[in-house]
Design a protein around this ligand. Structure first.
Ligand code: ADP
Length: 532
């Protein structure tokens, strides 16, 4: 409150002095109430809030001393300026000992009156501000302590909302985390409308929010509560990004001091939410790692059991086994060993990629050459399955920016999968075309097959580690379920994207992009020819 608009209580049994003081103080802009004696003053003090008392000392029945004593007893720290005659200097000293802030000698000179009142009020507001600040610091400390007791995001959101509602007397509100253009509600208070409605509103809030706290009249068509008049939007900012948002609908605007408090509080909330987020991430990462280890050991078990069992059979029953059986068992052992070997290679790739030790040798390379090398390697597999391979590669292609070995690995995985998951006599088509990305030209490579396709429920899992479709047509074929996961990482590491379309029982098309070297003169002629 401005000192000028302060409310002053004048207590004097002399009507003339009361009127004279009232007239002056009203003229200076103060709000006034008068009392003709100490008893009336004490009564008024119980009913109303005053910023200053001008108190006559010598009054009949209840005098100024008694008023001061009662104020002291009630622990009321309202400033009191006592008014005394020149002859009452001793009384003034006693009043000051009783807690009076200052004194005025009667007759009161106009300018001294004005100066003393102003000075007393200044001091009062300074003290009040300090007091508020101390209380806020205490409260902040209390909130921080409570926020520090949990690393659970939902709990942090609920605690946050509890405190800000308490501080602002909000009728309704919510805490939400910003996810793109939307807010995910984390905690709600007093919402009369359906949560869906609040979510729509929240989107508005995201749009409206600046990096700073705002208090505005609540929009007519978007109230969270029918009696709300004002809305506070408190963005929770970390590293200049808005991560969360507190939206509060209030019955009346809150003062600047509350806004300032909320601004301070938001930095504490940001830290608590960040810690909770980090904790959740670490837990998730731990879970992923545990699952990964469990899956690896599971994947190792089958081939190892096969190797152990068939080695035992060969060891103990060699003489009773026909040469064909012996060869068959050796084949099973070799297959098991190859499976473990492949798994080890793939795990090595994954570890290197995840620990950031994976080094790519990016160079300007001719895609058709890499494709030709891959097809030569896969030729026996494709021939054995009597599959045809069709190529649709433009004659002139610019060089691509890629690691030749890793581009070969991507192509091998996709073409080998197309062959593995396509019945005998099926067709595989590899095509390439140039396309313009937002920033640069890309080469898009498609590997299409006429195979078993991917069931709709499997589509979201296809690039996950160890995923293999639960389908006899898949389980009869050897595989680790790591190929596509690695392929995706390799494509993305080289600046491209990977995806697929598939129709169950009809076939799939896997596609990926790879950056192209911009200059025209790098164009090379396709050197790859269909194998079959
Ligand atoms: P793997 O082939 O070793 O099982 P991948 O990660 O390469 O591992 O593939 C994961 C799974 O995705 C396969 O087990 C299969 O179920 C499915 N899949 C991959 N490519 C195809 C394809 N071209 N057609 C149908 N299913 C496929």
């Amino acid at each position: 409150m401005e000192p000028k608009s302060s409310h002053i209580l004048i207590v004097d049994d002399d009507e003339f002095i009361r009127d004279m003081l009232s007239a002056r103080l009203t003229f200076w802009g103060y709000q006034l109430t008068t009392a003709s004696g100490g008893g009336e003053a004490l009564q008024l003090l119980q009913q109303e809030r005053f910023d200053l008392i001008l108190l006559d000392i010598m009054m009949p029945v209840v005098d100024g001393f008694e008023v001061l004593r009662q104020l002291k007893l009630a622990n009321n720290s309202i400033p009191v300026v006592v008014m005394s005659a020149q002859s009452e200097q001793k009384s003034v000293i006693e009043c000051i000992q009783l807690g009076a802030e200052d004194y005025l000698s009667k007759p009161i000179a106009k300018e001294i009156l004005r100066a003393r009142i102003a000075a007393s009020l200044e001091k009062k507001y300074f003290r009040d501000a300090q007091q508020t600040w101390l209380e806020e610091l205490n409260l902040l400390q209390q909130i921080e302590q409570e926020l520090n007791t949990t690393l659970n995001r939902a709990e942090v959101s609920h605690l946050t909302l509890k405190w800000v509602v308490q501080k602002t007397a909000a009728l309704a509100g919510f805490v939400g985390s910003v996810e793109g253009d939307f807010l995910r509600l984390r905690a709600v208070h007093g919402l009369k409308q359906k949560v869906g409605n609040a979510l729509a509103l929240a989107t508005v809030a995201v749009d409206a929010a600046q990096r700073n706290i705002t208090q505005t009249p609540v929009p007519e068509n978007g109230r969270l509560h029918s009696q709300a008049t004002h809305r506070i939007i408190l963005p929770i900012v970390r590293n200049t990004n808005i991560h969360d948002m507190v939206v509060l609908d209030l019955p009346a605007p809150v003062p600047d001091t509350t806004i300032r408090f909320l601004r301070y509080l938001s930095t504490h909330i940001a830290i608590a939410l960040h810690n909770a987020q980090l904790y959740a991430d670490v837990r998730r990462a731990n879970e992923t790692k545990s699952n990964f280890v469990a899956m690896v050991s599971h994947e190792l078990k089958n081939p190892l059991t096969a190797i152990q069992s068939y080695t035992y059979l060969l060891n103990h029953y060699m003489s009773q086994l026909s040469p064909e059986k012996q060869l068959e068992y050796l084949d099973i052992i070799a297959n098991g060993a190859e499976h473990i070997h492949n798994l080890a290679l793939e795990l090595d790739d994954i570890t290197q990629i995840e620990t950031g030790q994976f080094r790519l040798k990016i160079a300007n390379i001719a895609f058709p050459q890499v494709l030709a090398d891959v097809l030569k390697l896969l030729d026996p597999q494709i021939n054995e399955r009597k599959q045809t391979i069709k190529l649709n590669i433009p004659q002139e292609l610019p060089l691509v920016q890629a690691d030749a070995k890793r581009l070969g690995q991507i192509l091998t995985n996709l073409i080998s999968n197309a062959s593995k998951y396509t019945p005998e006599s099926g067709r595989i088509t590899v095509s390439a075309r140039l396309m313009a990305d937002e920033l640069k030209e890309m080469l898009q490579v498609n590997v299409q097959d006429t195979g078993i396709g991917i069931a709709p429920e499997d589509k979201p899992k296809i690039f996950s580690e160890f995923f293999r479709a639960d389908d006899p047509q898949v389980s009869k074929i050897r595989g680790t379920g790591l190929g596509l996961n690695i392929t995706q990482k390799l494509v993305e590491l080289q600046g491209g994207e990977i995806g697929f379309t598939s129709k169950y029982s009809s076939g799939s098309t896997f596609y990926f992009t790879i950056p192209v070297v911009a200059a025209k003169e790098t164009a090379v002629t396709a050197v790859v020819q269909p194998v079959a």
